[in-house]
Design a protein around this ligand. Sequence first.
Ligand code: UT7
Length: 321
Amino acid sequence: MYARIAGTGSFLPKKILTNADLEKLVDTSDEWIRSRTGIEQRHIVEDGETTTDLAEHASRNAMAAAGVGPGDIDLICVGTTTPDFVFPNVGTLLQSRLGIHGCPAFSLEAACTSFMYALSVADKFVRLGESKCALVVGAETLTRIVDWKDRGTCVLFADGAGAVILQPAEEPGIIATHLHADGKYKDLLLYPDGVSSGFKLVREGKAGVQMKGNEVYKVAVNTLGQLVMETLNANHVRKDQVDWLIPHQANIRIIEAIAKRLEMPMERVIVTINTQGNTSAASVPLALDTGIRDGRIRRGQLLLLEAFGGGFTWGSALIRY
Ligand code: UT7
C-alpha cells in the first residue's frame, strides 16, 4: 500500500510587504534583497490573523481539489513552528474549524522542514492502513516572531499555508521520504525563547529569530546537495528522470545551487520565493500547489521535494504525482 496525493491547496494572506516597504523599516535596499535572496515581495498576516486561519483556507482548497469532505478526513497532521496557542495544537484547532470530530489531529515542529516531517508521518499512517484520507498541512505566521529591527532576517520571512490530501493507492504516490536532523547546529538558526524558558526574551522585548545567515547558507547548500543525491540513489532514480524540483524557498541562490547539482535547468524548478519570500513550513506545499494549479506539474510526473531549516532539520520526498 502506498499514499498518493489526491489534491492540493494553498493560501496567502492578502497583505503584501514589498522591499520598498522594508527600506523604510531597516537599513536595506530593494537591490540588496533581490540580488542576495531573490525576494521581491512577501505576504504577511494582519493583526488577529493566525496560523490556523491560513491553514483552514489551504485545507479547504485541498479538500475541494481532492473532492473530499470533512466526513472523509481521518487524520490531520500540521507542520508549523508558529502555532496560535501552546495548546490546543493547530491540528485540533483546524479540526474544529473544518467540523471534523474524533480523528487524530496534531501538529509537529521541525522549523522550515516541518511540512516534510508531517508528510512523512502521514505517509506512514496511510501505508499502514491507519488512514484512508489524511490532511497534511504546512502553515506558518513566521513574521510574528521576526525581529523587525534585524535586517539580516526580517527581509526574508513571510506567512502562508499549503495543504495536501493523501489517499491510499496500489502504486506510489509517495515513493519515499528521507528525514534528517543534527542538533549540533542549534545555535546557527533559532528563536531562543519559549514556555519552559519562561518567555524571558519576550518579556524583555528582545525576542526574535536569530540567524548566522552565511554559515546557514553554506551548510544548507552542502546538506541539500547530499540529500537530493541520497534520495535519487536510494530509490534508483537518475537525475534526468526527475520532472520537477520543488524546493524550500529560502534563497534563490540555494535553489539554483541544488538545481545545478541535479543538472536541472531552472525551467524545471518551481520558484515562488520572488513573490512569497520564505514561508518556512508552508513554502514546499505552496510551491507544489502553485505548480499544479498553473498546469506545469501534471499527473504521472516525478517530483522531488526538499527542505532545510533550524535545528538543523532537513528532509525530502520523491513523489510520482
Ligand atoms: O529557511 C531556513 C534556512 N535559511 C536559509 O537557508 C538562509 C540561508 N542564508 C541566506 O540565505 C543568506 O546568508 C542571507 C540572505 C541571509 C544573507 O546573504 P549573504 O550573502 O550570506 O550575506 P552576509 O550575511 O554574508 O552579509 C553580507 C553583507 C554584510 O555586510 P558587511 O559585513 O559585508 O558590511 C551584512 O551586514 O550584507 C549585509 N546585510 C544586508 N545589507 C542590506 C545583511 N542583511 C542585509 C540587508 N540589507 N537586509
